[in-house]
Write a protein that binds this ligand. Structure first.
Ligand code: DGL
Length: 276
């Protein structure tokens, strides 16, 4: 094998999100691809992305991708539904290295597993308003009926750590009641924070509704992508840090949240000025 390709496989994966939400994606990569190194960037100074314009999200995403490229990553995972919805297709042609988002993998699986062709999508206002999930689902299943519901309060509730709080249950019941009439059998958790509310959503929606976690599907997609490009880390090169975390603000808060959901203990998150 070409020496540069051989070395490239030991480079880390760049993963980014508007803040802590993408840690649910990083967590899946850690579980499914334990030999892969990760450099994570959480844009904690500019979160939330879900209520911002497409132009702003594209600008932020470009800045972050440049930062990750400067760190020598071999591939990039856009671990944010809103950034995947607004920026990925725009930026992909500018990139030399592989880049994947969370929308396509989740949409593909939902289109495959639905039996009655009725799929619900919950996400930020940006993601739901973009109708990107509908478009991607229709590529696999043109007949599918897709119904979206923005659930903006879920993000602050999760960040507050109120995962099982009665207030969160009440909010969830109210949002999800919009699916009562629609007979969906599949629901996409189309925002990085929502997998942390999975058991509550499952309880409210009932056994008959399959929940799709795009974070899980994205890690599977990443695995296939690395195999195709011969970029799988075989774990033979040791001595370099496995996981590094960077944020644009509130590093300590980020670290504490990360340590509450990741399978490993992180020692620090480094603060950087992403606009510079
Ligand atoms: N990470 C965002 C997403 O998946 C949710 C948080 C935000 O609005 O920035 O869409």
């Amino acid at each position: 094998m070409d020496q540069s390709v051989e070395n490239k496989k030991y480079a880390p994966i760049g993963v980014f999100d508007s803040g802590v939400g993408g840690l649910t994606v990083a967590r899946e990569i850690m579980r499914q691809l334990p030999q892969e190194r990760i450099i994570y960037f959480g844009d904690t100074a500019r979160v939330p992305y879900g209520s911002k314009s497409k132009e702003t999200i594209i600008r932020y995403s470009r800045q972050i991708i440049h930062f990750l490229e400067s760190k020598g990553v071999k591939a990039i995972v856009v671990a944010c539904n809103t950034a995947s919805a607004f920026a990925l297709e725009e930026i992909r042609p500018e990139m030399k290295m592989p880049i994947i988002g969370v929308v396509k993998p989740g949409a593909r699986v939902a289109a495959q597993i639905t039996k009655n062709g009725r799929i619900g999508v919950i996400g930020t206002e940006g993601t739901v308003g973009s109708r990107i999930y509908t478009e991607m689902i229709h590529r696999h299943n043109p007949e599918a009926v897709v119904e979206g519901k923005a659930c903006p309060l879920f993000v602050p509730l999760v960040e507050e750590g109120w995962l099982k709080d009665p207030v969160t249950i009440e909010v969830a019941k109210r949002y999800l009641s919009s699916f009562q009439e629609s007979d969906i059998d599949t629901l996409i958790l189309g925002c990085t924070h929502y997998p942390l509310l999975r058991s509550m959503i499952h309880e409210i929606m009932g056994e008959q509704v399959n929940l799709v976690n795009p974070a899980y599907e994205t890690a599977q997609g990443l695995k296939r992508l690395l195999e195709q490009r011969q970029l799988v880390n075989d774990g033979r090169e040791t001595g370099r840090p496995m996981y590094q975390f960077y944020v644009s603000d509130a590093a300590e808060k980020f670290k504490n949240f990360a340590n509450s959901i990741l399978p490993c203990e992180i020692e620090k998150a480094r603060l950087i000025h992403i606009e510079e």
